[in-house]
Design a protein around this ligand. Sequence first.
Ligand code: ZN
Length: 220
Amino acid sequence: MKFFSARFIIVAAAIATWESAMAQTTIPLVDIKAVDPTIVVELRYTGVNNCSGHALYPPRTTALVRPEVAPRLAAAQAFLRRYQYQLKIWDAYRPTSVQLRLWQLTHKTNYIADPGAGPGSMHSWGIAVDATLTDASNNAVNMPSDFDDFTPAAMLHYQGIDPAVRTHLHLLQRAMAGAGFLGQRTEWWHFTVADWQKYLSPEEVKRAAQAFETRWQAKL
Ligand SMILES: [Zn+2]
């Protein structure tokens, strides 16, 4: 019972945080599933199976992106379905308040953008997603690492020797590059729209460009 109460409080706090974040955002957002219901969505921050060990989103949170981004994900999905694979979304829009919580819980300075420095995370602008592949029956397929695996295995360019993993990663990267996304050097699952500058103010673009040049942006 105690466990239930504690869990209830945590979920209630996540809902309150999310609702106040959604009330504050001025970014136009759409539900990825409303644009393409075939895209698989499993937001890892709705549960504890993520690098923070905490549920940061309320249960049944929808995967949101800017309206211009959703059709690109649909294009990547159409490409993948030709090969009997599907796109699975691990994270999409992430409110700044959640980014702050993630930063406080993990302090992974090389991986998690500090919301207090620079433009923060591209997730908080609705222009980045974390994505992987499933097979045609929604089963997970072998990829270089799990989500939020902050080890060398998560590098954009696969260093391992498993030909199936290499094929899967290249297919995902071809799908996302063809749909207009860039990769991130240290996280194979992270994709930002290639024209991200369009969605930030000039000042934010300047600060983001500095960060991109040093550790973020990578052509697929
Ligand atoms: Zn990401």
